[in-house]
Design a protein around this ligand. Sequence first.
Ligand SMILES: *Cc1c(COP(=O)(O)O)cnc(C)c1O
Length: 397
Amino acid sequence: MSEHVFTKDFTKQEPICEEGMGKALDILRTGRLHRYNVNSEEKGDVALLEEEFAAYLGKKYCLACASCGSAMYLALKSLGVRPGDKVLCNAYTLAPVPGAIENAGADIELVEITEDYTIDLDDLESKAGEAKWFMLSHMRGHITNMDRVMEICKTYDLTLIEDCAHTLGASWNGKKSGSFGKVGCFSTQTYKHINSGEGGLLVTDDPEVIARAIFHSGSYMLYERHTARPDRDVFECIKSIVPNYSCRMDNLRAAILRPQLRKLDGQCARWNRRYRILEKGLNDINGISCPRRDPRESYVGSSIQFSLDVEDKETIKTFLQACLDRGVELKWFGNKEPVGFTSVYSSWEYFSEIPSLPRTDRILSTMCDMRVPLTFSEEDCKIILDIIKSVAHTVPL
Ligand SMILES: *Cc1c(COP(=O)(O)O)cnc(C)c1O
């Protein structure tokens, strides 16, 4: 058993459900993939997805986009973020997040993180006075105390944008992640919780923000074909002043997403069964600890992060390599150099000022990350645990 090699692929997703494939074929047969290529009395799949997603989140309006990165960019532009504005953001996030901020011409002000991998709210508060905007990235699905976030935003007049790429289906104290901010942004990229290859969803209750976002996404003067939108007059008075950035979603993607959205809560429960097995097993291994999670946080465990109780980088690299040799692919946030999808804030050198964040550096330097695709069974999770456990004994941590 201890020499077991795990052979499954950490990036292999489940197939698109039959219903989604059937819908996709229907659309392919008509050739009408563009979201506005519908008859005037007919609602296309993108419009229907937007209605259904807004209802799922309990929000008034939704816009489907080309990606979560483009949704975040459209959110910043639609809210009125100007070149040179300061946008606060937690330092532990994925590269498209600072990328969206840079794309809007704004400056990033990075905020430290805590031992549980969420934003350091004391550091946020100390930096809040100078900024108007706050991009909160629920990185890898870790949700901070949203009650306190909302208080800080109110006190300092900060406008909150949520990056929910890993919290689709998650909530804080019974309220859905993505419904706290002025705007919430989601990803439907293959490695997230619903899969259309690429894709993004933006939600808000603000009529002018959604009207601007719809124009920005590239609606031309076809905005009336949107159904998760405010009245026509909101559009009429801004139609000449909002540029078209062309980042729409198409009907093919929307068609495969709609049945996945209906199955989402069930999929989240499957992820969490795997997460809880891994969390318990990892916490039982000497030298490894998973973050404490607040009972008010209802997360989606589509990946798992843990910290190693060693500081020596060579020992960590040996541990990671030994796991990889036995088929267990872990990512590490302690690398200064970007590798694959993983990069750390200090590598985003395109910003004029990247601060040093000693607490975040320390936490990232021992943090590991593992994907948990639903193609892994609960039994597979136990095999992975056995491997990590035996490697942790031999390295040793
Ligand atoms: C994947 C991801 C994004 C970007 O999503 P895309 O749809 O690929 O643009 C943003 N934030 C986080 C935390 C992510 O993991």
